[in-house]
Design a protein around this ligand. Structure first.
Ligand SMILES: CC(C)=CCC/C(C)=C/CC/C(C)=C/COP(=O)(O)OP(=O)(O)O
Length: 316
């Protein structure tokens, strides 16, 4: 590894190009998460982009139009890439920029890369068309596809020296991932139903008369769809409140990144709570200026405090 006059390791041109590729993928595709990632200092921002680009690839295999067997094979290829990264087998001249960037990030930060195997396990559950009877079963899926991303990200953020309760940081990062994923599931209920997928626990659907599913812009006849959404919103709020205990353990810019990511999704959740049937008509989203505002507030610590205030008032 080459170093500059101060002895700081230099990142080689091929690795820089690989990171640029991942940052472009993040900028183009991470409609919500890019606001937070942009707040990080360079090395962490690049590492988060590598993580995002690899995760996006896995997700896209699951969501794509290939037949299940081809998806399975593509996911196994991704697992092989992870094995090669673990074995130190990816050099900077490799033709896959995402693998080059991720391999560099894994050398630089203590990223628990097994989390990406969990992500692949979760997407394989999707490919097999698994459904979930209970919240515990759905939580296991969410832990694979989102909790793992929280724990992987924590490897990049690190915790500040002397942080109280730092041993619990991975647990909180995992819980925040669950909060985000449950919000995502509520937001995408219609799109997933159109693709033949239902993530919400069947015992919850039954409780609110929604077992027949929701394939149109109208709530199912006789179902308490609003009651179902409010039930899941309460669960997601509690997960956010628990997961946000991570924030005081992070340095300012990592905290800002997490506050922005969580803050944007937390607002989405409240938008859904205000008008549950909106998710049956289309994808609920925030305008760009609102996401930017949440991100800026994250940088000043505003949203973190506001979440704590809401928790203290018993809002969750
Ligand atoms: C500690 C920490 C950083 C925790 C957060 C972990 C995290 C970022 C989990 C991702 C979960 C999620 C909802 C992915 C959806 O991606 P998508 O591409 O479908 O999202 P979009 O459609 O909203 O853009």
């Amino acid at each position: 590894m080459s170093r500059d006059v101060t002895g700081t390791p230099q990142t080689s041109p091929p690795v820089l190009a690989a990171y640029s590729y991942c940052e472009a993928v993040t900028g183009q595709q991470a409609g919500n998460f890019s606001y937070g990632i942009r707040l990080l200092p360079t090395a962490k921002r690049r590492a988060m982009s590598a993580l995002y680009a690899f995760s996006r690839r896995i997700d896209d295999i699951g969501d794509g139009t290939l037949d299940p067997e081809s998806k399975r094979l593509r996911l196994e290829d991704a697992r092989t890439t992870l094995d090669r990264i673990r074995a130190g087998d990816i050099d900077e001249d490799d033709t896959d920029p995402v693998a080059v960037a991720l391999a560099h990030a894994v050398r630089r930060f203590p990223i628990p890369i097994g989390g990406l195997d969990e992500l692949i396990d979760g997407v394989q559950m999707d490919v097999r068309g698994e459904t979930y009877e209970t919240w515990d079963e759905l939580a296991h899926y969410c832990r694979c596809v989102a909790g793992a991303i929280g724990r992987l990200s924590l490897g990049i953020f690190g915790t500040v020296p002397g942080a109280r309760d730092a041993a619990r940081a991975p647990e909180y990062a995992d819980t925040l991932g669950l909060a985000l994923q449950l919000t995502n599931i509520l937001r995408d209920v219609r799109e997933d139903a159109a693709n033949g997928r239902t993530y919400l626990p069947s015992e919850d659907l039954a409780k609110f008369g929604c077992s027949a599913g929701f394939h149109s812009a109208l709530p199912p006849a006789g179902a308490d769809f609003t009651g179902l959404v409010h039930f899941e919103v309460r669960r997601a709020r509690a997960l956010f409140a628990e997961g946000m205990k991570l924030l005081p353990m992070l340095d300012r810019r990592s905290g800002a990144c997490v506050a922005a990511m969580s803050g944007i999704y937390r607002r989405l959740l409240e938008r859904i709570a205000e008008e549950p049937t909106a998710v049956l008509r289309g994808r609920v989203s925030l305008p760009g200026h609102e996401k930017a505002l949440v991100a800026v507030r994250g940088l000043s610590g505003y949203d973190a405090r506001s979440v704590h205030r809401q928790t203290a008032r018993g809002r969750v």
